[in-house]
Write a protein that binds this ligand. Structure first.
Ligand code: FAD
Ligand code: HEM
Length: 368
C-alpha cells in the first residue's frame, strides 16, 4: 500500500464509526456557507444524506491510482452536470469534507491527514472537471411520457419522446429524473430498444419495496409528464465483429437492455444463434413474454427459455435462472450478456465461471 493510501485509510478509520455525524456536519457546513447549494440536493436529505459523502470517501479511498480510473472519473464529472454542479462547488465540497473529518477525529488528526485528503480529492476533482468541460452534450435532455402501461403489480413499461435526438448505443443505460413526482432524485434505467428513427425510448421499471424512485415511476408516472434523461453510459454492447453465438440472461426488468441488444441484432443478424433465458419469481413478472415470443416467431435464429423461481405450477423451467442456464449448453463458445438484480447477476457469473466460460466473453449490468 502506498503512503497516500495508508494515510487515507488510517485517517478515515478515526471517524468511520461516527459516519452519520460526519455526514451531518459535512452538509451543514456546505449549506450554511452556501445556502444556494441546498437546491442541488434531494428534498429528503434524511434518507439520502450520505449518498454524496459515501461516494466521495469511496472514490478517494479506492481510486488509489486515479490514472486507471480516468474514464470513470471523466464520465462522473460529465454526469455531475445534471445536478447543476459548477467548478467552484468542488472546492466548497472538498473543504467541508476535510473539516467534517477533522471535527470528529479528535486529537489524533494531523496535518499529514489534511494534506493527504486535499491531494487525493484535488486529483479526482480535476479529472471530473476535465470530463465536464470536454463534454459538448447538454447536461440532460427533456423527454415527454407518451405511453405508460402497468404490466403487473410492480412493473410498468413506459415510452418517452425526447425533445432532441440522443446519441446512444443499444445496451447502454440512462440516468432519469421526474421532477413532478421525485424532484432531484436520479436513478439509472436501461431503454429496451436500440436507437430508433423517431428517437422514442421504452423503459421497463420494477418498483422496489422501500425505494423512492422506481415505485413512483410504476405507480404515479402519467402520460404528459416530462422527465430528464442524462448521460447514456455502460459498455454492455454488441461486438459486431463477433461471429460467436450469443446467450442473453435476464432477470425481471433486466430484460430491458437485453431487448435493446436483440432489437439491434434483428437489424443485421443472419448467422448467429441467439438464446434468451428470461427468469422471474412468478409468471406475472414475465411481463414481456408475449413480445419476446413474437420476436422468436419472426426470427428463426432466436430461441427463448423462461423460468420461474417461486411458481411451482409454472409450465416452463423452474428454479433460478442461473441454474436453468446450466441445464442447457455447452456454452464455452458463446458470448454472454447478463442483466438483472445484483443477486441474480452474481449467481449467473458464478455459474458461468463454473462452466468455464472465459470471463472476457461475459458482459453484464447489475441493477444494484
Ligand atoms: C446500470 C443500471 C441499470 C438499471 N436499469 C434498470 C431498469 O432498466 N429497470 C429497473 O427497474 N431498474 C433498473 N435499475 C435499478 C434502478 O436504477 C434503481 O436502483 C432501483 O429501481 C431502486 O431505486 P429506488 O429509487 O426505487 O430505490 P432507492 O431509493 O434507491 O433504494 C431504497 C432501498 O431499497 C434498496 N434497494 C435498491 N435497489 C434494490 C434492489 N434491486 N433489490 C432490493 N433492494 C434494493 C436500497 O438498498 C435501499 O435500502 C438499474 C440500475 C443500474 C445500476
Ligand atoms: C471528488 C468529487 C466528487 C465525487 C467523487 C462525487 C461522486 C458522486 C457519486 C458517485 C454520486 C452518486 C451518483 C448517483 O447516484 O448517480 C454523487 C452524487 C451527487 N453529487 Fe457528487 N461527487 C463529487 C463532487 C461533488 C460536488 C462538488 C458536488 C456539488 C455540490 C456534488 C453534488 C452531488 C449531488 C447533488 C449528488 C446527488 C446526491 C443524492 O442524490 O443524494 N458532487 N457524487
Amino acid at each position: 500500500m502506498g503512503d497516500l493510501a495508508r494515510l487515507l485509510k488510517e485517517s478515515w478509520s478515526l471517524v468511520e464509526e461516527h459516519q452519520d455525524k460526519v455526514a451531518g456536519y459535512f452538509y451543514a457546513r456546505i449549506f450554511l456557507s452556501y445556502p444556494d447549494l441546498r437546491e442541488l440536493f434531494p428534498v429528503h436529505m434524511d434518507v439520502q444524506r450520505s449518498r454524496l459523502l459515501n461516494a466521495i470517501v469511496t472514490a478517494v479511498q479506492t481510486l488509489e491510482d486515479p490514472e486507471r480510473f480516468d474514464d470513470y472519473l471523466r464520465a462522473l464529472g460529465r454526469d455531475h452536470r445534471k445536478f447543476h454542479v459548477e467548478t467552484e462547488h468542488y472546492e466548497v465540497v472538498g473543504g467541508a469534507l476535510i473539516e467534517a473529518m477533522r471535527e470528529y477525529a479528535g486529537e489524533q488528526w494531523s496535518v499529514e491527514y489534511d494534506q493527504a485528503w486535499a491531494d487525493a480529492y484535488a486529483v479526482i476533482a480535476a479529472k471530473m472537471l476535465g470530463g465536464a468541460e470536454a463534454d459538448t452534450n447538454p447536461p440532460y435532455w427533456w423527454a415527454e411520457v407518451v405511453a405508460h402501461e402497468r404490466r403487473s403489480r410492480d412493473i410498468a413499461v413506459f415510452t418517452v419522446e425526447p425533445m432532441q435526438p440522443i446519441d446512444f448505443r443499444a445496451g447502454q443505460y440512462f440516468s432519469l429524473e421526474c421532477p413532478r413526482i421525485q424532484p432531484r432524485l436520479w436513478r439509472t434505467y436501461s431503454p429496451a430498444n436500440a436507437p430508433r428513427r423517431d428517437n422514442s425510448l421504452e423503459f421497463h421499471v420494477r418498483a422496489i419495496g422501500a425505494g423512492w424512485v422506481s415505485s413512483a415511476l410504476v405507480r404515479r408516472l402519467e402520460v404528459g409528464d416530462m422527465v430528464k434523461l442524462a448521460a447514456p453510459m455502460g459498455t454492455m454492447n454488441l461486438d459486431r465483429r463477433s461471429t460467436r453465438d450469443a446467450v442473453f440472461v435476464a432477470g425481471g426488468t433486466g430484460l430491458a437492455p437485453i431487448k435493446s441488444l436483440l432489437e439491434e441484432l434483428t437489424r443485421y443478424n443472419r448467422t448467429r444463434w441467439v438464446h434468451v433465458f428470461f427468469g422471474a419469481r412468478n409468471r406475472d413478472d414475465l411481463y414481456d413474454l408475449a413480445e419476446l415470443n413474437r420476436l422468436a416467431a419472426r426470427h428463426p435464429w432466436l430461441s427463448v427459455v423462461t423460468a420461474c423461481s417461486e411458481d411451482p405450477t409454472f409450465p416452463g423451467e423452474r428454479g433460478n435462472i442461473s441454474d436453468v442456464v446450466a441445464r442447457y449448453g455447452p456454452w464455452n463458445e458463446h458470448d454472454f450478456f447478463v442483466s438483472g438484480s445484483g443477486r441474480m447477476v452474481k449467481a449467473t457469473l458464478r455459474t458461468l465461471a463454473e462452466l468455464q466460460v472465459p470471463s472476457i466473453r461475459v458482459r453484464y449490468d447489475s441493477f444494484s
